[in-house]
Design a protein around this ligand. Structure first.
Ligand SMILES: [Zn+2]
Length: 380
């Protein structure tokens, strides 16, 4: 932390670094969670034994799961000091290679989003401002936390385009689920403002695309990044056709300070926004309770045609970006619950999109576990 330039990311860290140091001081190593018991999707003890020892059995049980990644995402250079670094994607891809999971996934080539789809969410003037800022080589955009380089616009278009390709792949039946290992992330991006390392709101663009290109009437968004997706909520808060559910650290303690539990939508959109807030220091028990009591009945009532996930891994106890203490097993529960909901409501159609997650030691395992749930290799 001492190496960070003064005044740049401290605002983002300020409310959470005490917790981070407390975690370190208490001697709680991330490895304690790394060795947590791994569960595999199994129906019997015999199957479990087979699955632990043979990859073939796993593959046969797998849902066809798409994986979106492109080296261009690494070109969005935020600087050596920035937590939202290209290293995040490098460790994710390396982890998936080492575990052998990557070769079982269906690689999907991303294409830059047609600007028409970006304009379905963002003002055209904002898109032009972002393009100009990158072309001019400015160091940041709208706020100094939002580092950019000349390639950032290209990477952001490809991130949104990756989500679009994932939706296409599900709709034409190439895959059943998909994970988008994209950056820059998106859920803080407002209609006309970059925030929290986010420029184009990938999940929102995906929701609009699913509706307008594929005729999806109702899209459900589940955001489990530890920070409230202010951009996504504001984009859809008057829209009854997109349900935005977010579970995040209480806004009094965490960036961006929005997402109170009484915010439930505006005008025609009243009832299709839901925020579950988690107090600092709380973890698995509260996640279980809130997801079970808040998310499940809301989505059962809403009946989405497709579920999009803003997948943030910064709620983990060992992630310095939050004061929330979700464990590795707790993340498993979150992923399992989402897949159970999707299997019940959307015929399993889920596109999950990377948002935050900054512990480079843990991120590969958390993403691997999450993708295993998407693939039906974990959970029941
Ligand atoms: Zn976050």
């Amino acid at each position: 932390m001492a190496e960070l330039p003064a005044g740049v990311v401290q605002a983002f860290f300020a409310r959470t670094c005490c917790n981070y140091w407390n975690v370190l001081r208490s001697g709680r190593s991330s490895y304690g969670n790394l060795v947590s018991v791994r569960r595999v999707a199994l129906k019997s003890q015999e199957e479990m034994q087979l699955n632990y020892f043979t990859g073939e059995q796993e593959t046969e049980q797998m849902k066809k799961t798409g994986f979106i990644y492109d080296d261009t995402y690494l070109q969005h250079n935020t600087g050596d000091w920035h937590p939202e670094s290209s290293e995040r994607l490098r460790v994710i891809v390396n982890g998936l290679k080492e575990s052998g999971l990557l070769e079982k996934l269906v690689r999907i080539e991303a294409e830059p989003a047609n600007q028409r789809w970006v304009e379905a969410v963002h003002h055209v003037n904002y898109i032009m401002r972002f393009n100009d800022a990158c072309a001019m080589g400015l160091p940041d955009f709208d706020h100094q936390e939002n580092s950019i380089c000349r390639e950032s616009f290209k990477a952001a278009l490809l991130a949104a385009g990756g989500v679009i390709k994932a939706i296409d792949s599900i709709m034409v039946g190439d895959v059943e689920t998909a994970f988008c290992a994209v950056r820059p992330p998106g859920h803080h991006a407002e209609v006309d403002k970059a925030m929290g390392f986010c420029y184009f709101n990938n999940v929102a663009i995906g929701a609009r695309y699913a509706q307008r290109q594929w005729g999806m009437k109702r899209v459900g968004i589940i955001d489990f990044d530890v920070h409230h997706g202010n951009g996504t909520q504001h984009i859809f808060e008057t829209d009854p056709t997109v349900f935005y559910y977010s579970i995040h650290e209480h806004p009094s303690f965490a960036y961006p300070g929005t997402g109170r539990d009484f915010e439930c939508g505006v005008a025609a959109g009243e009832g299709t926004t839901k925020n579950s807030v988690i107090l600092p220091g709380r973890g698995d028990h509260d996640y279980r309770r809130k997801l079970t009591e808040d998310l499940i009945p809301a989505f059962k009532k809403f009946q989405p045609d497709m579920i999009l996930v803003s997948a943030g891994f910064d709620a983990h106890a060992a992630d310095m970006m939050s004061g929330v203490n979700l464990s590795t097993d707790g993340y498993d529960f979150v992923s399992e619950l989402i897949m159970n909901l999707a299997n019940a409501l959307t015929d399993g159609k889920v596109v999950s999109i990377l948002e935050g997650g900054y512990n480079l030691e843990l991120l590969p395992l958390l993403v691997e576990n999450h993708i295993k749930h998407l693939a039906g290799l974990r959970g029941v």
